[in-house]
Design a protein around this ligand. Structure first.
Ligand code: ATP
Length: 235
């Protein structure tokens, strides 16, 4: 682990059954940072988040969080240690109301937000309090999904493509939300395909290709590396 990192991932390997998809993922996140995992479809970004969360059953290497090795811990112990995952599909319950969705997540640690605090963070959710999950717009669903993981008390948030399928103005709102979470001290790992969005919120970018981190780009150097990134991402 590197000194000062809240999360350190070293030589992370991962498999789906016999299929070896992570071949050595390495990256670090310090407390309060936002980093992205960028890369093409199928590069292994989502799988990396699943491995960190302990959901990917077959994994090897080292993951230290808050000074503790977590590679062999079960998912519930990792959640209790303070990591939460917001999947690309968002994981909200379509038939339940906004409020019910917010009541469900277990508060696994001290410091989990109350339902009221989630509404302070996302005032439009309060207005939709009794709306069913399915009646929400894509942006509202994403806010609800993030609100749910904030209830748990996690301090490291793993967000899988939160802007997927959202209109530009909503993407901007999600950007403000992430900036606010960062100011409040949360640490965030973001999987993104939306390069502009990534640039607007992150401190650093890790490029993932075929199950490896092949490049690290500080956000301040992103502009100078646009061509290279386009090559990596195939855009
Ligand atoms: P995407 O944006 O498409 O989600 P990604 O970088 O997140 O891309 P992963 O979803 O991590 O990529 O996929 C990495 C590799 O693992 C891909 O080759 C994918 O086909 C494979 N894979 C993903 N999920 C499974 C699964 N449940 N079973 C078997 N292989 C899988």
């Amino acid at each position: 682990a590197s000194p000062g990192a809240l999360l350190s991932v070293r030589n992370l390997q991962g498999w789906y059954g016999e299929s070896h998809v992570l071949h050595g993922i390495d990256f670090d996140v310090r407390e309060g940072e936002v980093v992205t995992l960028l890369g093409r479809n199928g590069a292994g970004k989502t799988t990396t988040l699943l491995a960190i969360m302990g959901i990917l059953a077959k994994r090897k290497g080292s993951i230290t969080f808050d000074g503790r090795e977590t590679i062999a811990l079960p998912a519930r112990a990792i959640a209790r240690a303070g990591i939460a995952f917001c999947p690309e599909e968002r994981g909200i319950f379509a038939s339940l109301s906004v409020e019910e969705n917010l009541m469900l997540p277990p508060r696994v640690r001290e410091g989990g937000l109350t339902v009221e605090q989630v509404f302070e963070l996302f005032p439009n959710l309060r207005e939709r309090l009794s709306s069913q999950g399915t009646k929400l717009s894509g942006g509202e669903q994403q806010m609800l999904a993030i609100g749910r993981i904030l209830r748990t008390g996690a301090k490291l948030l793993l967000l899988d493509e939160p802007t997927e399928g959202l209109a530009p103005v909503i993407v901007q709102q999600i950007g403000h939300t992430i900036a606010r979470l960062k100011r409040e001290g949360f640490t965030i790992v973001l999987v993104e395909q939306n390069f502009r969005f990534a640039a607007s919120v992150a401190d650093r970018h890790y490029v993932v290709e075929q199950g490896r981190v092949i490049d690290t780009i500080p956000n301040s150097e992103l502009d100078a590396n646009v061509e290279k990134l386009h090559g990596y991402l195939g855009v």
